[in-house]
Ligand binder design. Sequence first.
Ligand code: GLC
Length: 564
Amino acid sequence: MHTPSASAASDPRSSSSAWLTSWWKSAAIYQLYVRSFADGDGDGIGDLAGARAHLPYLAALGIDAIWFNPWYPSPMADAGYDISDYRSIDPVFGTLADADALIAEAYAHGIKIIIDVVPNHSSDRHPWFVAALAAGPGSAERSRFWFRPGRGVSGELPPNNWQSIFGGSAWTRVTEPDGSPGEWYLHLFAPEQPDFNWDSADVRLDFEDVLRFWFSRGVDGIRIDSAALLCKDAALPDVSGLEPPGPAHPYMDRDDVHEIYQSWRAVADEYPGRMLIGEVWLPDTGRLARYVGPGELHTVFNFPYLNCPWDAASLRQVIDSTLALDAPATWVLSNHDVDRVVSRYGRSDTAFDLDRRPYFHGFPVDLALGTRRARAAALLTMALPGAVYIYQGEELGLWEVQDIPDELRQDPIWARTHGADPGRDGSRVPLPWSGTEPPFGFSPAGAESDPWLPQPKEWRDLTVATESANPDSMLRLYRAALRIRRSEPAFDETPLTWQPSADGVLAFDRHGASGVTDGATVRCVANLSAAPIPLPPNAEVLLASGPVYGGVLPPDTSVWLRIG
Ligand code: GLC
């Protein structure tokens, strides 16, 4: 186990005390979806051994921190977001000793570790839920969850009309210990994910203990899953579907959720340099702003940026409203819940929203266009002031796999919506590392099982090995951008200054700590218009997302320029 004050060998900033306490304000953070990253033991599922073996790859990529999706013991009804023990590691991924070794090894590479904590719900195999089922109605054990009698003559109807975010009713009826049909319990996600009752002191204290458990093992940050959903109106009223998230909504973004995060912040502050990031999907930036600040979460994910269409005016608006928040920005192009960015930007309709996934199922994608735009978006994103999140495979330009055979789909969303929503499997396909056919080095030679989701054969052109050897690959672009982002003083914690630009073009300067144009200024120009635009004369091209000749920047291309 490491101590946070020890210095990492290869991170040039590790000796800076400002970096140690506020690394999360400007870090490049790699989202490692452990099931799909690298399989060390040949069972077709990624694991901690695979992650450890590839830490040098991540160090060479130039990231500062890794966010691990849930690695805890889980029946895997929702790929690990149904947790049965918050203080251990699922055997399919490894052991607690493996996690300790991974944290220490990452640290030696100068890489920090963020883990996922899921406070809204547990697994139905969590000992507390098992005890609640056994203890029966009215018990203290049941008060840690939301159990209620049903409506109807004999309680045969759910207690209210809430719908699961994964489709179907948010309530499931239990069989009581005596064998009779009994109460119902609430699950905003799958039935295997019963919602905790955050009015329960047991729940509050236990989660504070979970945070301390991981912080004292050396974890540097916590990603808080479904952070706006924890508090419910105990009267459990029906919803009309028209209530906006906020105090009038019975379970989304209620005001009392903030007390929880204030107490979590106090726990985080017991450990120097630790951070909390919330998964908060809220369209209203004013409501979002309430989650961040000195007494609460350090940052939240920037989903408006992710959802934004590939359109300069819309992006400018999201960037400005993000920077207006009184909290360090985060910039996110993709994650394990959304369609991959190459596919989103390769459609004729580039605006995304979780609710639009069914509409996009089978939608035509121009992969060449999507890739060109994703490259341009990468440079735009990495030039913005704040932290950047990179979802594994984004650096390889992987696309959303739309043609997974139905019988191989794993996401509960697919089954619960009866196939109307394809779910998220297409963004979770195991990474291609090397070789010319599946499993592309994801599993070791002679592995007993195929990867848990099938990989497209075309990914032979997108393996880490192939892309490492190709100077024009997405991987080489990400490596170069991350290297420049780390080494140029202009990309320190400094604001941006918008520059005049034509319609469809975004142009801004980063000036470096001195705040003046002194040769250290880097300008980012992103051309989202349909026509080439002239570049400023005498500017040195530091990096371009595509070919730049004759002083013009082609459409769907971004460039970083040194301005003298
Ligand atoms: C979050 C996770 C998602 C998960 C859900 C329920 O949105 O990112 O993957 O299914 O919460 O835990």
